[in-house]
Ligand binder design. Structure first.
Ligand code: 4AD
Ligand code: MG
Length: 486
């Protein structure tokens, strides 16, 4: 066996299948048994090591190995196999391996959960510790990796600096109050101040802290010196949403750009997503083809009215090639007021200027009216965060949301309020405590500049690219109300 070969010179299944110069050579492969078929003369083992969707076929002569070993080679068992790579005699694969030596690394008893048949996603969610060994989750997490890597590449190429913003913070960046508290105080008997309130002066940080809901505010500080920055980190929201689009712990990418106005911000957001989609179409062809077929099968099982007209690959190509639609919030409300579902009273939530767009409204705009991704801008100030730049009309702010088919909001962003007095006024009106954010205000006092940024929900992007219907299936270990098992 090749254990003394330098680590990166040891071929894996992907290399064995793709590198024709290895044919005729003896090498060692390691992996997990996906299937085993046997008769008196020959044993076929399909081995997968995660490097690729494909398995390699191992052909073994049962008379050359001990029976006990073969009995223990069951689905899920892990093996190291030394053998010669040869052109395959069967159809279905170009090369296969003739096993000379087989070492059983780990047995897999009969009650192994991941049997070679179709398991439901719900079942696999309960086996999240094992689901990496399925074709679907292998493909999803290889694509997730490719997207994460492409995010860094994109920003690096365009002169952005990766800034690490804190996970523990003392502020509520979104002003929505949906935060997980961080404390070392004993919660059965916390210290109290003179008025009987919990005395956070005695807590670890000497003040109340929480897990961050966004790295934006600190990101802005970075942009006010580095120019172009982005964050890419975990984000926490204690909102009690049991939907297919929400997680309590998700990853967000937040670029922040000095000297960008709202138009520049939209240009970046669109170029960014389209580049990422183009990248996976180029680099993840095998996994995407698998997920495309999977999505088509799922789509065919839906009632006719709910079926999507485009396949997964078609949707990705469409996004890669077509410009997004752009409308203001006010125009979007006009469109909705004139829509058939509104006139026929089919929307659950009423439409009126000033409402927060509900997911049924976003879906109508994207899937029915424009039939492409849409950027909605200039929302009413009362439904948006305090830091967004106030427009001259006195009613709206320079906000932008990017809405995607099947997903809804994938990006939320804005031009920031860079005028000290306006920002302070807005904070007061919205009861944002100044003493918590004095440092944020100071950037508007000393050398303030127009600037903008946005947040892309990474899991929502992975959902769009993989076609997975539930956000819990695109993050390795999802966190949601009553869900923190693994
Ligand atoms: O619209 P949001 O709340 O914006 C912000 O947090 C800003 N600070 C971003 C910025 O301007 N730098 O969140 C941004 C995106 C949403 O569009 C959505 O894609 C995702 O984050 N998101 C979630 N994803 C999964 N689960 C949740 N609970 C999410 N909440 C937001
Ligand atoms: Mg938002």
């Amino acid at each position: 066996m090749d254990t003394r070969l330098p680590i990166f010179e040891r071929p894996n299944v992907r290399k064995a299948l793709e590198d024709s110069s290895l044919v005729g050579q003896t090498l060692t492969l390691r992996g997990w048994v996906r299937t085993k078929r046997e008769n008196k003369n020959v044993v076929f083992i399909n081995l997968n090591d995660g490097s690729t969707l494909k398995n390699i076929q191992i052909v073994a002569d049962p008379t050359q190995h001990d029976d006990e070993l073969f009995r223990k080679i069951t689905v899920g068992a892990s093996l190291a196999i030394e053998g010669k790579l040869v052109p395959s005699q069967g159809s279905g694969q170009a090369v296969e391996m003739e096993a000379a030596k087989i070492v059983l690394l780990g047995e897999s008893p009969q009650d192994y959960a991941i049997q070679p048949k179709k398991h439901s996603l719900e079942f696999l969610r309960e086996k999240a510790h094992m689901r990496f060994r399925t074709n679907t989750f292998g493909a999803v997490f290889r694509i997730r990796h490719a997207l994460a890597f492409a995010v860094h590449q994109y920003f690096h190429q365009h002169g952005f600096f990766y800034l690490h913003t804190p996970i523990i913070t003392g502020s509520d960046a979104e002003g929505a109050g949906e935060m997980f508290k961080v404390t070392t105080l004993p919660f059965d008997n916390p210290p109290r101040d003179e008025e009987g309130r919990i005395d956070f002066r005695e807590d670890f940080f000497g003040k109340p802290t929480n897990l961050t809901v966004s790295g934006q505010l600190e990101g802005e500080l970075g942009a006010m010196g580095l120019g172009l920055i982005y964050t890419f980190g975990p984000t926490f929201r204690a909102e009690n949403s049991n939907t297919t689009r929400h997680l309590a712990e998700f990853w967000m990418i937040e670029p922040e750009m000095a000297f960008y106005d709202l138009q520049d911000n939209m240009e970046l957001a669109e170029d960014f997503i389209r580049s990422l989609v183009k990248g996976v179409l180029r680099h993840c062809t095998e996994d995407l083809a698998f997920l495309d077929a999977r999505a088509a099968e799922e789509n065919n099982q839906k009632p006719q009215a709910e079926r999507s007209t485009m396949g997964l690959l078609e949707r990705l190509q469409f996004v890669a090639e077509n410009a997004f639609a752009r409308v203001t919030y006010t125009e979007a409300i006009e469109i909705l007021l004139n829509s058939t579902p509104h006139k026929k009273k089919k929307f659950q939530y009423p439409i009126q200027w000033g409402i927060d767009l509900q997911s049924e409204h976003e879906r109508y705009l994207v899937e029915k009216h424009f039939q492409k991704p849409v950027i909605v801008s200039d929302y009413p100030k009362d439904i948006k965060a305090f830091y967004m730049r106030q427009n001259d009309d006195g009613k709206t702010v320079a906000a932008m949301d990017v809405l995607f088919p099947g997903i809804g909001e994938i990006i939320g962003g804005s031009q920031r309020e860079e005028r000290y007095d306006k920002l302070r006024e807005r904070m007061q009106a919205m009861h944002i405590p100044e003493e918590e954010l004095w440092w944020y205000l100071e950037t508007r006092k000393y050398g303030t500049v127009p600037h903008s940024g946005f947040g892309l929900g990474f899991e929502r992007l992975v959902q769009f690219v993989t076609g997975m219907g539930n956000i819990r299936d695109v993050i390795p270990f999802p966190r949601y109300p009553n869900g923190a098992e693994f």
